[in-house]
Design a protein around this ligand. Structure first.
Ligand code: F6R
Length: 580
């Protein structure tokens, strides 16, 4: 987590750093800070949002500079306060860090015994102290020695009192180099520098970057490395709100167009998608919403006759997995940088197992390392809560399932989907009315069976993460094994009922909740007796979640709006979870 940016060049350094941090804010937003290098070093930090840092910077007399580093933090070591905010400075070394140093305590004790005094509780200050302890007259050499001692993940932007150069190095955490004729950038994400350049180079692990006014040099173990400069097809446009109040709403509203784009690409060209028929076992791995997209696919692939396991990456990476040579591991990740999902992928690959990544960010670690990949082409997703990426992940999984087990009605239903989605998302008035009924509740439950339960999990996560209302998803039959004791007068229970096979069973479970005072909201494909109901068009079962989940996303949005929540940046979260 955390976002870092650094720059040396002819553009206004403050503009580069602050506009970059605003784009990186999705990676964490507990505190932020910048360090400028001129005649001396000036550090400005602030707790809260980037706008708080910006105000502070605007009210400070700044040194003349052509170089700086900046950071937005998602706290891992140490509470949220200014002391723990980055940049950290020890001796002559000032740096920003994204990642986690696992042996920080050990290194801290060693350095303390040598007389180093620490101000913060962070692992980052330990790195600054370590580099400073090795520094004699070459910063590169000090960095080289220090990284040999570090265990864990890091992307570092480093400046030194004695040098006019900017230094960077990464291991596990993402960091790319931005290239332009007006200067050189380091950034956790290309999106942060698109205002200035779309040209970039990837950095390999433990390659040390040295940036001066003429450009950059890359070195590993003393050997110079040449790296290709690539062009991103993302534009500044992708970062605009286009008149919406929030990215979450904008991104939900983009779903019909993006779904249409993928349908046009694959519906008549299934050969462009991997063929799963050669695999006897499929393991589907992801975190959060990506895992819930995987749960949808588990239901689809099992109906296609394939043995499927679906697990969260943080568990899978530590479980004793029995592979055979007919196993495929599918990794689902919007960012392609989720630490646990990366670890799960590497575990499979170490066992010589094929991996297929369903990923949004091309050039991300997962996209680069996997055996096969399919890009979901969602464009940039800015809101921390995923919406459009989830839908496109499910669409790709649905197409893979169709390729595995084709049947007649799928393609005709597929082609109708974008228009049906448009019509559904247009029912704003009704979704707002439902939000009015929900926003004051303390608990909301979602119940469903089989694929409807997978839908419930995503609906529930969306609601709780953006509105902060406690919410849980249950297999409808499970509610009465304990949780029903929480149901009281007015508790909202969403009943998701799209699978005809178990429709009556779920309805009975909804009735059990109603008997205990629950207020039902029915979401289904057939008319019901319930006052509050959302009827979605009945489509092929491999496509049904694509019409139900957007409805739940938009209800979550309006509930959060009514509660005045910080919708695009819910508290305590970050978009890209690059730590375990
Ligand atoms: C929830 C959400 C998260 C992500 C999860 C995985 O709205 O966005 O649960 O789905 O952190 O992230 P990626 O897909 O980037 O691996």
């Amino acid at each position: 987590m955390c976002g870092i940016i650094g720059y040396k060049g002819k553009n206004n350094v403050i503009d580069v750093l602050i506009s970059g941090l605003k784009k990186l804010e999705y990676r964490g937003y507990d505190s932020s800070g910048i360090a400028l290098k001129g005649q001396g070093i000036q550090i400005i930090k602030s707790v809260g949002r980037i706008s708080d840092l910006e105000n502070k910077v605007n009210n400070t007399e700044l040194i003349k500079t052509d170089m700086g580093i900046a950071h937005t933090r998602w706290a891992t070591h140490g509470e949220v306060n200014e002391v723990n905010a980055h940049p950290h400075r020890v001796g002559k070394i000032t740096l920003v860090h994204n990642g986690i140093i696992e042996n920080a305590e050990e290194l801290r004790n060693e350095l303390t015994s040598k007389g180093v005094k620490f101000n913060s509780n962070t692992d980052t200050e330990v790195i600054a102290a370590l580099i400073d302890s090795y520094y004699e007259n070459s910063v590169e050499e000090a960095i080289e020695k220090a990284i040999h001692d570090l265990k864990g993940s890091y992307a570092l932007g480093i400046i030194c009192d004695d040098s006019d150069k900017l230094y960077a190095v990464r291991c596990q955490s993402p960091l790319i180099l931005g290239v332009s004729d007006k200067g050189t950038f380091i950034t956790s994400d290309i999106g942060a520098i698109l205002k200035y350049t779309n040209k970039y180079s990837l950095l390999g692990e433990n390659e040390i970057v040295t940036i001066d006014e003429n450009g950059y040099k890359l070195e590993k173990d003393g050997q110079e490395i040449k790296r290709e400069v690539m062009t991103s097809n993302l534009t500044e446009e992708d970062n605009d709100l286009h008149g919406y109040d929030h990215y979450m709403l904008k991104e939900i509203m983009e779903e019909p167009v993006l779904v249409n784009k993928l349908i046009n690409k694959y519906a008549n060209n299934l050969n462009a998608l991997p063929d799963l028929s050669q695999y006897k076992n499929i393991h589907i791995i992801g975190c959060g919403s990506a895992y819930y997209a995987g749960m949808i696919a588990k239901n689809l692939f099992e109906d296609d006759g394939v043995k499927v396991e679906c697990d969260v990456a943080s568990e899978y990476r530590y479980r004793n997995i029995i592979y055979d040579d007919k196993t495929l591991v599918i990794l689902i990740s919007q960012s392609g940088e989720t630490a646990d999902t990366i670890a799960a992928m590497r575990k499979a690959m170490e066992n010589n197992i094929d991996t297929l990544a369903i990923v949004n960010v091309d050039g991300s670690t997962i996209a680069r390392e996997t055996t096969y990949k399919v890009l979901i082409e969602a464009g940039r997703e800015v809101a921390v809560a995923t919406t459009k990426a989830y839908i496109l992940q499910v669409l790709i999984l649905s197409l893979l399932s169709y390729k595995l087990n084709p049947d007649d009605n799928y393609l005709s239903d597929l082609k109708k989907l974008p228009q049906q989605l448009n019509v559904l998302l247009d029912r704003t008035g009704y979704f707002k009315k439902l939000a009015d009924q929900i926003y004051k509740r303390n608990d909301v439950f979602f119940i469903g069976r089989k694929i409807d339960y997978a839908i419930c999990m995503e609906g529930s996560l969306k609601l709780k993460e953006v509105s902060y209302i406690h919410s849980d998803a249950y297999q409808a039959g499970e509610l009465k094994h304990g949780t029903i004791s929480l149901v009281e007068d007015g508790t909202v229970v969403f009943g998701i009922v799209t699978d005809d096979f178990i429709r009556d069973k779920t309805i009975s479970n909804l009735e059990e909740a109603i008997s205990r005072g629950a207020k039902p909201i029915y979401v289904g494909t057939e008319d019901s007796k319930y006052e509050d109901q959302i009827i979605v068009p009945k489509v092929h079962k491999k496509l049904q979640p694509l019409l139900v989940v957007p409805v739940l996303q938009i209800i979550a949005y309006y509930v959060a709006l009514k509660r005045g929540c910080d919708i695009d940046k819910p508290k305590n979260l970050a978009k890209s979870v690059t730590v375990e």
